[in-house]
Design a protein around this ligand. Sequence first.
Ligand SMILES: Nc1ncnc2c1ncn2[C@@H]1O[C@H](COP(=O)(O)OP(=O)(O)OP(=O)(O)O)[C@@H](O)[C@H]1O
Ligand SMILES: [Mg+2]
Length: 601
Amino acid sequence: MRRYSRGESLPHQDRHDFANLTRLSPYVWRYSKRVSIALFCLLLGKFATVCTPLILKEIIDSLDQETQQQLTANLAASIPLALLVGYGALRLASGLFNEMRDILFSRVRYSAMHQMAVDVLAHLHKLSLRFHLERNTGGISRDLERGTRSLASVLNLLVFSILPTIAEFLLVGGILLYRYDSMLMVVIIGTVFCYVVFTLSMSQWRMGFRHEMNKLDSAANGRAVDSLLNYETVKYFNNESLEVSNYNEQLTLWGAAGQKTQVSLSALNFGQGAIVTVGVTIIMIIAAMDVAAGEITIGDLVLINAMMLQLFIPLSILGSVYRSLQYSLADMDLVIKLLERDPEIQDVEGASALQVTKGAVAFNRVSFHYNDDRPILRDVSFSIAPGSKVAVVGPSGSGKSTLVRLLFRFYEVSAGSISIDDQTITRCTQESLRRVIGIVPQDTVLFNNTIRYNIGYANPQANDDAILAAAASADLSSLIERLPEGLDTVVGERGLKLSGGEKQRLAIARVILKAPQIIVFDEATSSLDSRSEQAILHALNNVSKNATTLVIAHRLSTIIDADQIVVLDDGQVTETGTHSELLSRNGLYRKLWEMQQSDSG
Ligand SMILES: Nc1ncnc2c1ncn2[C@@H]1O[C@H](COP(=O)(O)OP(=O)(O)OP(=O)(O)O)[C@@H](O)[C@H]1O
Ligand SMILES: [Mg+2]
């Protein structure tokens, strides 16, 4: 259904679509040698096909001469054996070259699809978080699939329908022009021209009926489903017959549209046939007159007739080729638009790799908004001394996780700057920045793969010993021992087969394995019970002993030991200090602390 409803805007898109053809060329030209050979085979194949009638003509002419001369002596010799064998050989050659073309070309086609799919995925990974939060995963994967498929079908149409027809047309035209009356050529060109114009305009016109039919079909379907979804409502109001008659009405319209589609198809077919017949008839009349005048032989007449048929059979699929080409190009347009989308976050020109020697992190008067109309962070400044631990606390929605996203440079700050060891992160490569920071995120999402894979993701070279050691530090050993498949247990889509706490511990194990210089814990222990939390906190302290640490926590009891605590309220820093300093200050921190104490008490 979608396919056709998208097609509705096609007429307005034509120019873009055909411009997209040029965007394809890089994918194909990487194999220019192969493509050239394939095209050469195509030419040879077509040449053989076109030459077959030439031999047929010779055969007929020689038989014709023999009968005229009433030669009786040697009947066997009178059959032009060489020509007959040649005839067979040419047919064979035409088949062979066509298959060779297909084999050579299939590699190009698959490689082009493969390359485009890889490019699209790579590009999707380059696009920023903002894009990914707004997109719809189902839609994107459909675009990806559609794009690669349309690439293949455009190439197929070009190589298997359009180019062969053009080659054939030129060859036939060349032969006829060279050997016969130029009037023949004029008539052929006229016929083909009428044929193409007629087919393309009819196809365009028919497309409207098709869309209408599809629309009515979806509408009827929608009504039926809606009436069933509202089953109870229909019963409450005794409206079964109303629903059925509504459905019936839609289907009547659909049937009428279907009828129109069929009538237009018949008109198209008949029109095409009529044009061809008129053309071929005129050509045959000219040829017959030439035969009568003794200018050409009967063999020539057969040759011309055979060539005409050869030419018009492939032309008859022109309408459907044209339509498929349009659909494919429209599909491809979506993917090309995607590939042309510039990533929001890009390395500046000549960006250098971040050099981390000490691991000092500083937020300097950082302001940020996701959307212009709503500031999230305002003038936030704080710094984390090398190897120290700073905690950020504050009400939900105050912008704590946003700070982390900015540190990872998923978004650019709107004002101010973030620096690591006095290097502004916007001037460094994203790769070098992300390499030195590790995070245990607020919501851990896992790959639908084994526990080994998910822990080892931090360092794909790590061996099982290293992975088990990291798992042990994250208090995961007992879980892995209890699982029948151990490290090979598959965690399910997004990690849904693990509990929240297990997922969180897995994320911790991952960071332990990465052993970064700067570590961020965003509510790293929020899903854990108090006992495992104590165990993990101990592990975390071990991991972060030598690293610069940023901890975001709701439960203030977990950050009492922080070197500094930053209180964030509505995107602004309201207080900073150590736990005891903040308690003595009687501000938001003290209020939060007292609330949590009374809760747990
Ligand atoms: N992609 C986004 N687009 C627009 N607004 C967003 C986006 N992500 C977060 N926000 C908004 O930014 C504000 C801060 O979000 P953030 O995730 O930083 O809060 P938080 O302090 O980590 O809260 P919590 O303690 O609940 O995790 C929230 O009000 C949220 O609605
Ligand atoms: Mg958060």
